[in-house]
Ligand binder design. Structure first.
Ligand SMILES: [Zn+2]
Length: 335
C-alpha cells in the first residue's frame, strides 16, 4: 500500500446529487483532506453539469495543492457496471449519459461511476460503523430509500449492477404508488417524501388533530417528514401515530431484508433516521419479534457513523481499489 498522505495515495470522491455536487480529496484511511461544494444546475443538461463537476474538482485540488490518482463518483440512479454509463437518474433526469467516459476525457484520470448508496455502503463498511464485518446490510432512509449489501466479504452488485435497491421491495401488495413503477414499496411508506404524503393525508382526513402539524409547517402542503419529527418531539399525538406506523413499515421491510441476507450487522442511516434515531429502537422491537429466529438472534443494529460523508469517502475508496486491482493485473502481465 502506498505511503499515507503522499499524493500517490490520494483519491477524489464526488457525491453527485439532485441539488449539489460534493467533491472531496480523500486519503487511504478515509480521511477527507479538503472538500468543495457547488450547486447541481440540472437545467444546463449533462454536459453543463459535467463541466461543473470538473470545475469543482479543479478547485478542490487547487485548494489542497495536491494531485489525485483516480476519481470515484456516486450518484443516484442505475449505473452500467464497467462503462459507468448512467442508464437512468430520476433526480437529474438523465438517460444513457456516458458520465465515466466523459469525465475520463476531461480529467485524464481513471474514473469509476457507481450508485451513491452503494458508495455510501462501501464507506460505512471500510471506515464507518461496519468496519471488519463480513456480512452486513446498510439501509439509508432519506427522501428515498436505498441500501447496500456486503455478503461473505463482498459488496453485492447483481446481474445488472442494481443490487441493493432495498427501498423498492414490496411491503404491501397494491399499496401506495411509489416513484418507481411499482405500488406498495418500502420507500412509498417510509421514505421522507412518503412520510410527508402520509402525514398530509392524515391531516386532511382529521384537520382538528392535524392543527399542530399545520401550525408548524405553515400549510398542509408544506408538511414534511421533518415537520412530523418536530411535532413528535413536542408530544403531538397525530405525529406519534404517524411515527409509530412508519416504524412498523420500516420493520416490515427489514424483516424481509434480514431474513433474505442474514447479516450480522444492520446499519441504518439517512436523513429520516438521523433526524429521529428513535426509529431504530421502534423498528427493532417488531423486527426481532417477526424475523426468523436464526436470522435475528445474532443481529446487531446500529446507526450509520459517517453521516453524509459516507458517499464521497466510499466513492473515493471504490475508485482507489479499482486502480490497485488494475495495477496488480498490469504487474501480473509484465512479469
Ligand atoms: Zn418503488
Amino acid at each position: 500500500m502506498p505511503e499515507k498522505d503522499s499524493d500517490a495515495s490520494l483519491t477524489l470522491g464526488v457525491d453527485l446529487g439532485g441539488t449539489k455536487i460534493e467533491t472531496s480529496l480523500v486519503d487511504t484511511s478515509g480521511r477527507i483532506i479538503t472538500s468543495q461544494r457547488s450547486p447541481t444546475r440540472t437545467e444546463k443538461g449533462p454536459d453543463g453539469v459535467i463541466m461543473d463537476i470538473v470545475a469543482c474538482i479543479n478547485d478542490c485540488l487547487g485548494e489542497a495543492g495536491k494531485s489525485a490518482r483516480a476519481l470515484g463518483v456516486g450518484m443516484a440512479g442505475q449505473i452500467e457496471k464497467d462503462s459507468g454509463t448512467v442508464r437512468f437518474s430520476p433526480n437529474l433526469g438523465w438517460h444513457n449519459v456516458p458520465l465515466q467516459a466523459k469525465l475520463e476525457a476531461e480529467l485524464a484520470l481513471p474514473v469509476m461511476v457507481t450508485n451513491d448508496v452503494r458508495a455510501a455502503t462501501y464507506g460505512e463498511w471500510l471506515y464507518g460503523a461496519g468496519q471488519g464485518v463480513a456480512d452486513l446490510v446498510c439501509l439509508f432512509i432519506g427522501t428515498g430509500v436505498g441500501g447496500g449489501i456486503v455478503s461473505g466479504g463482498k459488496l453485492l452488485e447483481g446481474c445488472n449492477n442494481t443490487a441493493g435497491e432495498l427501498g423498492h421491495t414490496t411491503i404491501i401488495a397494491d399499496g401506495r404508488q411509489c416513484h418507481c413503477c411499482n405500488h406498495g414499496c418500502l420507500e412509498a411508506y417510509a421514505g421522507g417524501w412518503a412520510i410527508a404524503e402520509r402525514a398530509q393525508d392524515a391531516v386532511r382526513s382529521d384537520p382538528k388533530a392535524g392543527r399542530p402539524l399545520i401550525d408548524l409547517a405553515g400549510s398542509i402542503e408544506q408538511i414534511t417528514a421533518a415537520t412530523v419529527t418536530k411535532a413528535y418531539v413536542n408530544g403531538d399525538s397525530l405525529a406519534q401515530r404517524i411515527v409509530a406506523e412508519t416504524a412498523r413499515f420500516m420493520a416490515a421491510g427489514l424483516v424481509g431484508i434480514v431474513n433474505a441476507f442474514n447479516p450480522c450487522l444492520l446499519i441504518l442511516g439517512g436523513g429520516v433516521i438521523q433526524g429521529l434515531p428513535e426509529y431504530i429502537s421502534l423498528a427493532e422491537h417488531a423486527l426481532r419479534l417477526n424475523g426468523l429466529q436464526a436470522a435475528v438472534e445474532n443481529l446487531r443494529i446500529v446507526i450509520a457513523a459517517l453521516g453524509n460523508k459516507a458517499g464521497v469517502v466510499g466513492a473515493a475508496a471504490l475508485a482507489y481499489n479499482k486502480l490497485q486491482k488494475a495495477d496488480r493485473e498490469q504487474g501480473g502481465r509484465s512479469e
